[in-house]
Ligand binder design. Structure first.
Ligand code: G1P
Length: 284
């Protein structure tokens, strides 16, 4: 199976940090966001990844390319640990790039993958606003559902009711533990119109016929071509409650919290960070 990672958004929520660099390259602790997402696809058994980029996203390509000068420098200076890490990034998978030429929404961005996916029955989509952590990678969990049921599968997660308007929300019946047969879905509904609090969390395995539906769907929420609207046209879609932890990094506070949490896992950094945070708390 191939994977598609849309990375064409302008990152307005992170301005001015994203004025001249892609939001996908903002680090979460010590790695660019998009590297976590690529690593999830690879850990799920995918080795062919198409990244949908746009203007000003060149550094994403550079990040996954070889960097001969850097490797030469690290080798010459005996920095083996860094050298291994840098080389590993360019060996992760076969990564392809295509540009979305206009900001017309997530559905339109995914549509840019059509030719690359041609001939495949289904493909995975991973959005960069969420990082996941679990024993079985989130995308692998969806691939398993796709293999078992022969239909599209998307990851969902319960969110507090006051946050439903930030997400695509599903309506469905639980057919086995944690698996919903989806009857309907709506992109970013007001609380009063949300059919549930089960949110689409940015991981999908979609049958290729989705491209026909994207082509025919009219602009939806925000005047954009929405993937959620196109998915409503698929005959069967399963919602799979993700077994694992998700980290929302689509806004500044959650992004910062995730960086802190990942830094706390580092034995060398933790003691100093804890002291520093205690100091901050007593000061503010
Ligand atoms: C997109 C999808 C939405 C989904 C969300 C998850 O919205 O359109 O259905 O719930 O990702 O992060 P975005 O956050 O790109 O506006």
């Amino acid at each position: 199976m191939k994977a598609v990672i849309p990375a064409a958004g302008l990152g307005t929520r992170f301005l001015p940090a994203t004025k001249a660099q892609p939001k996908e390259m903002l680090p979460v602790f010590d790695k660019p966001t998009i590297q976590y997402v690529v690593e999830e696809a690879v850990a799920s058994g995918i080795d062919d990844i198409l990244i949908i980029t746009g203007k000003g996203k060149r550094s994403i390509e550079d990040h996954f390319d070889r960097s001969f000068e850097l490797e030469y420098f690290l080798r010459k200076n005996n920095k083996k640990e860094y050298l291994d890490e840098v080389e590993a990034i360019s060996d992760l998978a076969d990564i392809y790039f295509v540009r979305q030429k206009e900001q017309k929404g997530l559905g339109d961005a995914i549509y840019c993958a059509r030719k690359h996916i041609d001939g495949e029955e289904a493909f995975a989509v991973l959005l960069g606003d969420t990082i996941t952590s679990s024993d079985v990678p989130c995308t692998r969990q969806l691939m398993d559902i796709y293999e078992r049921y022969g239909a599209s599968a998307i990851a969902v997660e319960e969110v507090p009711r006051d946050k439903v308007e930030r997400y695509g929300i599903i309506d469905g019946r639980e057919v086995s533990e944690g698996i919903y047969s989806i009857d309907d879905m709506v992109e970013k509904p007001p609380i009063s119109e949300a059919p549930s609090n089960l949110a689409i969390m940015g991981r999908y395995v979609l049958e290729s016929e989705i491209f026909d539906h994207i082509e025919n769907v009219p602009p939806g929420f925000g005047g954009e071509i929405q993937l959620t609207d196109a998915m409503r046209e698929l005959k069967t879609v399963y919602g799979c409650v993700f077994r694992g932890k998700t980290y929302d990094i689509g806004n500044r506070v959650d992004w910062l919290k995730t960086s802190l949490e990942f830094a706390m896992r580092d034995d060398e950094i933790r003691p100093e960070l804890v002291d520093y945070m205690r100091g901050l708390i007593s000061r503010y």
